[in-house]
Design a protein around this ligand. Structure first.
Ligand code: ZN
Ligand code: ZN
Length: 422
């Protein structure tokens, strides 16, 4: 019997990690770090045969260098992006060291989308495009003849940079699905509406002579937002002001250019015709604090660590604005801003928040309707396991899948041990 043990990403977003035990082997799907407290999954790495990684976000790959793994499977862009995530982690949290990164890099085996790979003697894998960030994958595993689909983080619609998530799988016995926006309350406005909101908010601040801070993750949403802003500036609908970004963003945005084959066809064509879809980006230095209006796009997305912290002092000035563009986990500065904090304390001294705080969910995740559409497009599984959502979202999606699609569904807690197939 194949057993799944859930080490993280249960009733939470953070440290996603599922252990799969078969008669002959043991693998991990993802091995993430909790972005709010740098928490790691509680696992014994000695008998793990391999780790398969869905994508290069901290909550899916951040813990890997802390452990000693024999083999790590991911695709080429994920390997490159992951290296960046690990480097940032070394400088921010000191959970592991530079040598640990090297040791992990040495055991990476890369796989392309739709290429079949033997992971262990009784587990085969194919990666499919998950539409969430560059290189993001849904993992389709053949475990001794039974089929598991681990969606990873998915986006079911095409975006400015990526294709929509693939749904053309062969039969599925069990699905493990994300539930970031798994409750019926999580229905998001259309992309176009969000883009318009973002541009209106930026224009308002720039017209008042202020600065806009946009905290982002280095990968994914940041490139989407940069493309949107660049398009509006080029068309004249948004006034041209300097756009400052930080080092790791320069690097990852450059990587998007290098992996144009992995992007949606429109942007791939632009890049191949030598049109830079990201426009003119400037590496931020002291000039960011000058009096001129500007846009600052900086990591980290939940305002928990990263260069964005040094720009929070700008919020003393009521003319300036911070635009949160994604999910803010509990316990992060981003979340406290979202909940109306009157001051924040990125370093020793508290900073009063006088500037406007706006949230525009420019998410790289499928919303509730999108998750249901995804479930209806794929071959119907016999069983659904819901992860990667806060408690209410995870339980809501499990309930919806059971009620509307008649597929038995559950949202395991951390430490749960379940038979993977019926
Ligand atoms: Zn992700
Ligand atoms: Zn995630």
């Amino acid at each position: 019997m194949t057993i799944a043990k859930f080490h993280g990403g249960c009733h939470q977003i953070g440290k996603s990690c599922v252990e799969i035990n078969t008669k002959k082997s043991k693998i991990l799907i993802d091995c993430g770090m909790d972005p709010s407290d740098n928490g790691l999954p509680d696992i014994n790495d000695s008998d793990v045969d391999a780790v398969v990684v869905s994508h290069a976000h901290l909550d899916h790959c951040g813990a890997i260098p802390y452990f000693n793994f024999k083999k790590i499977f991911c695709n080429p862009p994920t390997a490159d992006l992951m290296y960046n995530v690990w480097k940032d982690t070394v400088s921010l949290s000191k959970t592991y060291k530079e040598e640990d990164i090297k040791k992990s890099m040495d055991v990476i085996k890369t796989v392309n989308y739709r290429e079949e790979k033997q992971v262990t003697s009784d587990i085969k894998m194919k990666m499919y495009d998950a539409g969430h960030i560059l290189g993001s994958s849904s993992l389709y595993l053949d475990i001794d003849g039974k089929k598991l689909l681990y969606t990873g983080d998915i986006n079911e619609i095409e975006t400015r940079t990526l294709r929509a998530a693939d749904t053309d799988f062969d039969e599925i016995d069990t699905i493990i699905i994300e539930s970031t926006y798994g409750s019926p309350l999580d229905i998001k406005p259309a992309r176009k509406v969000l883009e318009k909101q973002l541009i209106d908010e930026i224009s308002e601040t720039i017209d008042n002579g202020g600065k806009v801070i946009i905290p982002v993750f280095a990968v994914g949403r940041s490139q989407e937002i940069i493309v949107v802003i660049n398009n509006y500036m080029k068309s004249g609908a948004l006034k041209e002001v300097p756009i400052y970004i930080n080092g790791s963003l320069t690097h990852t945005t450059g990587m998007y250019m290098g992996y144009s084959d992995w992007l949606n066809p429109k942007i791939k064509n632009a890049i191949e015709n030598r049109i830079n879809p990201f426009g003119n980006l400037i590496k931020g230095g002291d000039e960011v604090f000058s009096r001129e209006p500007c846009i600052i796009i900086s990591t980290s997305g939940m305002v928990q660590g990263g260069p964005v912290l040094q720009y929070l002092s700008l919020l003393k000035n009521p003319r300036n604005k911070i635009i949160l563009t994604g999910y803010q986990a509990e316990g992060t500065i981003g979340r406290s801003l979202e909940e109306g904090a009157t001051e924040v304390k990125p370093f020793k001294r508290a900073i009063p928040v006088n500037g406007k705080v706006v949230k525009i969910e420019f998410s790289a995740h499928a919303d509730y309707n999108s998750l249901l559409r995804f479930m209806k497009k794929i071959p119907q599984p016999d069983k659904a396991i819901v992860m990667h959502g806060e408690r209410y979202q995870a339980l809501s999606l499990a309930m919806t899948i059971w009620k509307t699609l008649k597929i038995p569904a559950l949202a395991p807690s951390i430490g749960s041990v379940l038979p993977l197939f019926d």
